[in-house]
Design a protein around this ligand. Structure first.
Ligand SMILES: C[S@@+](CC[C@H](N)C(=O)[O-])C[C@H]1O[C@@H](n2cnc3c(N)ncnc32)[C@H](O)[C@@H]1O
Length: 225
């Protein structure tokens, strides 16, 4: 899989691409991630990429030409072009699994007041990471990329995400590690006795209970379309 990220702030991605699982996935060539500064596609003086909004009002709007030129320089027949925007559908794990199947994803990070509305003529999808406003699309791009990359075959063990939260509309089961007693708080007995059947049953029951308490909307299947 290839992921191209269009941004005006490429340095924000330095840590993200050079640490932990994402770095290893790149090193193993399971994913190729390119950070492209679309300012370099501007033909205006000072490589200007934004301008004042028609009709007045505050803030600056991203001009279309550099963005579309940048997209067209990398776009292939099977590219999926995704705008990161608070107006998109809220991102979730099911969407991450869908995107994992793509060969080439182009993520577009906005900034300032956002995009010229006509950008919608040039994209395939629009993703929000939640109902709040960030300064730019860089953090959303990292969030989408991170969640998709870890699902690519060979990046982490499949067993690591099989029981994770949001699989089968459930939250993860509770996990514990050593010591068995910490400041008087004990690890549940069932996890210490080595009876794998009992452990499996207990974990399943805990997943159900935890989801009922914390996220009953998941059990009702209300969260996502
Ligand atoms: C300050 S925001 C623009 C907000 C826009 N004027 C509005 O009210 O909807 C600048 C850019 O940050 C990104 N962004 C901000 N919040 C986001 C969110 N919740 N999800 C995805 N992208 C977001 C988008 O790329 C957006 O174009």
């Amino acid at each position: 899989m290839k992921i191209d990220i269009l941004t005006l702030f490429p340095e924000m991605f330095t840590g993200f691409l050079n640490e932990s699982i994402v770095r290893r996935a790149i090193e193993k060539q399971l994913v190729e991630i390119n950070i492209i500064n679309f300012r370099s596609f501007s033909k205006l003086s000072n490589h200007q990429v934004d301008d004042t909004p028609y009709g007045g009002g505050g803030g600056m709007v991203l001009r279309l030409e550099p963005l579309i030129d940048a997209i067209e320089s990398i776009q292939k027949k099977d590219s999926k072009i995704i705008l990161l925007s608070p107006e998109g559908k809220t991102f979730h794990q099911k969407k991450a699994f869908e995107l994992k199947k793509e060969k080439h994803i182009i993520l577009i990070c906005g900034h300032y007041e956002g995009f010229d509305e006509r950008i919608h003529e040039f994209i395939d999808d629009e993703i929000s990471i939640g109902d709040y406003i960030l300064t730019g699309g860089e953090l959303p791009a990292m969030i989408v990329t991170d969640s998709v990359v870890r699902l690519i075959d060979g990046v982490i063990k499949e067993s690591s995400y099989q029981n994770e939260s949001f699989q089968n509309q459930l939250l993860d089961y509770p996990t514990y590690t050593k010591p068995a007693v910490f400041r008087g708080y004990e690890v549940p007995e069932v996890l210490l006795n080595g009876n794998h059947e009992k452990i499996k049953a207990w974990r399943k029951e805990q997943q159900q209970k935890k989801t009922e308490t914390k996220r009953p909307d998941l059990l009702r299947g209300e969260s996502h379309d």
